[in-house]
Write a protein that binds this ligand. Structure first.
Ligand SMILES: [Zn+2]
Length: 322
């Protein structure tokens, strides 16, 4: 396996035009342009139109209809259309005009729910907007003296009016890794906090003063007592729920090791051959993560192709026996 392609949240077609973020004249003109589109994000959700399974798209507001809230520049597309995000009230984003009669049903949706269904432009805009909205919603004061901070014109940083310190959005790196044994079986685990029969590859946050590769080795050992070697990076995607960047890896477990889980964070972990994995999914003994996740892509890259979808009932109680 080389690198991952088509990760749901690692897409986007809109230029971030970072050089415009402090250009107040340009930003004011863009906000006054009726062609400008505003994506309103409220507690991690945005309005989405579900025409059918093949056609799912974001619902934007015109600047004049956007609700009050922190505003941030998302970028500009090849046609010159500028996109902003606003962290504000979704209901007012729908008013004053209801959806045209020809349009499909519109409702608020989570990024994890629609990230894999949206087109490249919308997946990129939604991911960018949720990441910034989450940061603005939770980082409202200067960490040095507690003064309310003021967003910069483009909304990608804030400044303390008392001591002048600048503050930037947080992104927390996390590693997620597929471990194989000498028989090329893959290690899958069930987190104690997950519902029903969901299993996935191991993951954890990178600690301060630690490399991503060191985090892979430490996390696998902590969660399963397996010692891994040959750690290789395979790809990444943002996971702004609330602010992670998922760094994907492969790693190898030399022979002669036994799995031992802590039973607090990890409830159970098993080696699966490709045949065993496919059989367990078809028998609904396990459910894999959804296609919006990098975990799913890393597992399918190891497997060598797409795996069957997850059935809703696979998230119910686990049958005895496995
Ligand atoms: Zn301050």
């Amino acid at each position: 396996m080389t690198s991952l392609e088509s990760l749901a949240l690692a897409r986007g077609t809109v230029d971030r035009v970072t050089h415009r973020r402090n250009d107040t004249q340009w930003l004011d003109a863009a906000w006054a342009d009726p062609r400008t589109r505003v994506l309103v994000v409220s507690d991690g959700r945005a309005l989405v139109r579900f025409d059918d399974d093949e056609h799912v798209e974001l619902v934007f507001s015109a600047p004049a209809e956007a609700p009050a809230g922190v505003r941030f520049l998302l970028g500009q597309d090849a046609d010159g259309v500028v996109y902003f995000g606003v962290s504000g009230d979704l209901l007012s984003a729908l008013s004053p005009s209801p959806a045209p009669a020809a349009a499909g049903p519109i409702r608020a949706a989570w990024l994890r729910e629609v990230g894999a269904l949206l087109g490249d432009r919308d997946a990129g805009l939604f991911t960018h907007a949720v990441a910034l909205a989450n940061w603005h919603d939770t980082h409202t004061h200067c960490p040095l003296d507690g003064t309310p901070t003021i967003p910069d014109p483009g909304g990608h940083s804030t400044r303390c009016p008392v001591d002048g310190t600048e503050h930037f959005p947080r992104t927390d790196p996390a590693v997620i890794m597929l471990v194989t044994d000498p028989d090329d079986r893959c290690l899958l685990a069930r987190n104690a906090a997950w519902p029903g029969r969901r299993v996935s590859i191991l993951a954890g946050f990178v600690e301060p003063g630690e490399s991503a590769e060191q985090a892979v080795i430490r996390e696998v050992a902590e969660e399963t007592q397996i010692k891994v070697t040959n750690v290789r990076y395979v790809g990444s995607q943002p996971w702004p729920m609330p602010r992670s960047l998922m760094l994907g890896f492969r790693a190898e477990a030399p022979a002669g090791q036994a799995i031992a889980v802590d039973r607090e964070e990890i409830a159970e972990a098993y080696w699966f051959s490709r045949d065993e994995l496919l059989a367990a999914i078809k028998a609904r003994e396990i459910a894999l993560p959804p296609s919006v996740s990098i975990a799913r892509h890393i597992i399918e890259a190891w497997f060598g192709g797409p795996l069957p979808s997850t059935w809703p009932e696979a998230l119910g109680p686990r049958p005895p026996g496995r």
